[in-house]
Design a protein. Structure first.
Length: 228
């Protein structure tokens, strides 16, 4: 369970988040809104990547700004550019790096690595140069590297931006199959069809919060007004 209480944040002259109160308990939650509405900033507060100026973010009662290490074990974060998340030369090394700070014994570490490679169809690429994977495969590697840590929550910031239609469908299927709670920021509104809840942001505030069809309709109407 994630709770945001009175979360506000300024970046430069701009009030990027204003008094956000949210309790996020559903299994699949989408966050939508115009460019610059504050989605990424909000997402980054969920695992302590950004410490808000005011208010608190609690993950299972842990303060994301203070108990950051414990919160990061619970909340995995995926950035939109999968290439930027690749830190090691090969696929297996990159996934293994994610496990390093968990201090698992060698048997457990190898078992998790093997199971994760298999789950994401990356077994035959284990020793492959990670930067030479296709865009979709890099996305799968990014999923693997985050999920091998077995977080309880996965926050994905625009994971579909660079993907073709086939890989978007693959992403949708991958997300649908996850045991984790998922918070997904996206401009691909169709990814949210089967979600439990969609939060609409505008100018740093939550302006709508509800089931996907209503939330998407609200967002479309809001954007429609702006282009008139
Ligand atoms: N380091 C910074 N300094 C000043 N302003 C910033 C900084 N980082 C982001 N901003 C501003 O904060 C606002 C919110 O940005 P944020 O990335 O959270 O929006 P977003 O809703 O995720 O946008 P997008 O859909 O384009 O990814 C934007 O106006 C952005 O220009």
């Amino acid at each position: 369970m994630i709770e945001l209480r009175g979360v506000s944040h300024r970046l430069g002259q701009r009030q990027v988040l204003s008094e956000i109160d949210l309790t996020l308990g559903e299994s699949r939650i989408g966050v939508i809104g115009a460019n610059g509405s504050g989605k990424s900033t909000l997402a980054r507060t969920l695992n302590g990547l950004i410490r808000p100026d005011r208010g608190t973010v609690l993950v299972d009662g842990l303060d994301a700004a203070r108990q950051t290490q414990q919160v990061r074990r619970r909340v995995g974060f995926m950035f939109s550019d999968a290439s930027a998340q690749i830190l090691m030369p090969t696929v297996a090394e990159d996934i293994a790096l994610s496990l390093r700070d968990l201090r698992l014994d060698a048997t457990e570490r190898d078992a998790r690595l093997a199971a994760t490679l298999a789950t994401y169809g990356l077994e035959e690429y284990a020793d492959h140069p990670a930067q030479l994977l296709s865009g979709g495969q890099k996305q799968l590697l990014a999923f693997a590297a985050v999920l091998v840590r077995e977080p309880q929550v996965l926050v994905c910031d625009e994971p579909s931006t660079l993907l073709d239609l086939h890989n978007q469908l693959l992403l949708r299927r991958t997300i649908a199959g996850l045991a984790q709670q998922v918070v997904l920021l996206t401009h691909h509104l169709e990814l949210l069809d089967d979600f439990d809840r969609v939060v609409v942001m505008d100018a740093g505030r939550v302006v709508h919060d509800g089931p996907p069809p209503e939330a998407v309709a609200f967002y479309r109407a809001l954007m429609g007004e702006r282009v008139r």
